[in-house]
Design a protein around this ligand. Sequence first.
Ligand code: SF4
Length: 607
Amino acid sequence: MESKEATAKKSSLMNVLWDIQNKRRYISQDDKTKIAKEFNISKIELEGVTSFYHFFHDTHAGKFTIYLNCSTISKLHDYKAVKQAFEEELGIEIDNVTKDRLFGFFKTSCIGLSDQETSALINFHPFTNLTPKKVKTIISKLKQGHSVESLSNFPKDNIRYTPEQDKTVFFKSYTPGIALEKLKQFTPDAIIETVTQSKLSGRGGAFFPTGIKWQFCKNNVSNQKYIICNADEGEPGTFKDRVLMNKYPGLLLEGMTIAGYAVGATEGIIYLRAEYLYLRSKLEETIKEFNKQGLLGKTILGIDGFDFKITIHLGAGAYVCGEETALIASMEGKRGEPTTKEFFPVEKGYLGKPTVVNNVETLCAVPRILEMGLKHYLTIGTKATQGTKLLSISGDCEKPGVYEIEWGMKLKEFLDLIKAKDPHYILFNGFAGEFLSSADLDRDISGENLLADHIQFTFKDPIEYSRKMSGVGLRSGGSFMVFNSQRNLLSILKNITDFFIAESCGICVPCRTGNFLLSKKINKIMLCHADNTDLDEIKEWSTIIKQSSRCGLGKLSTNCLLTAMLKFPGEFQKCLLAESDVNHAFNLEKAVENYNSVIEEIESSHG
Ligand code: SF4
């Protein structure tokens, strides 16, 4: 077993790897030998770590490393033309580096800019609303010696307000320290009680009650506890946490500090996805400012023994690190693989200490609840889901962006609000979510009457489905994508399945190979080579993946495919082979039997 000192030291491994990646543009074999020695780990273990993260390269990634977003929303926009423009300007195909090593050009999945597609990161600076013309200018200016920073466009972030003025939680002006000042009126227990009564739950999508999580952590006696902010917003189509951190970095710091006060933690860490590296300096400046104002550091607000510091830990490109145990493993310098839940992080988390992991939006909601008062907060939303929710809107609508809605708004009202254009396929809750159709328009966006798992094939047709599901709420972590009737559902599904293939950590066979096989099936349907047997197998395999995967990534990876088949059966049926074209004469089992008997014959003839 690893010593405590070695475990603690390893938590700086990712920073060391980032330093080298940034300086040399790749991590060489010599670097790996030296680092393995320094951290007293085998080179194979280190290879396991570096190869796990998309943004660590073992060959030169170019002085200017370009990551073009290839997610499905990007493809609705100018992806194809923009990709071609980059390829022409650089003289290389995607996923290559120019001979002079000046440019590396790679594709990557969602970078949290779905409201401003087509987008790319160059040396982790954002470039949004790209067109072929813009690409030409950017590349030519980089070649002339302009800096990446001077060419990049920092996203203009705003929250679109929808509830009545006194019912907003986030869409308000913000003055640093107001909520923290209120802490003087609360004991740690009273804070936990307030958060519990507010029914605030994990806004990243898990919806675990925040007050209960904090109480569990408080109950664990330890000389060291941690508050980790999960800012690894990787669900495709989600960017609300980007907007919160960009617009209200102080609100996040206050939320973390209040959490620390409540559970008795003295250290907070923001796990920031590398795709949001451009927000780091803003967060760091705000931390500095808070320290200066006595809102962070020692004896905060003069409260005896109330010490709290916040640092930032950078991810390196791995969707699965949004899962809390994977995130903690990543912070400890390991592969970001989810672990079986022998212990919850609130018992044994980061470096083996009790740890609260909360999403950005959850933490930002806490100071607002203290600020407005519990009584007022409880008047907003529905019985099961109090308050408001931030939704990230992208796709075929006039007004993409982040919206604050009061829980309980009808889906059709919301589609009007965002000025959706011919909304036909609605992808609710990201790639791990589900497809909605016109049958769902009267449902509320809320956590009312949820079913344990409604994505089963108990429904025979969309009418039966809508009858059963009316009154069942739609609860979302934040991603909301709209596709019009002209979009190709199968190619959207292919993009989703390929995303899960790329992002699976590979530990469970059903997740690792299952999505690969499903992708082949989708290809087969797209080529009109499939028949009803293929659709049955998709359902069967999807259920196996769902039931036998270790973490949410695998369990939820087939939701979109299953709900698309349920709600849009015609899109699949129209691609199937005509019954008369199916070769019923071919019997696989019989063929295998024959093959085996031939092999046996050959073997026996040899002796
Ligand atoms: Fe890894 Fe997939 Fe298993 Fe999750 S379900 S642990 S991502 S292989």
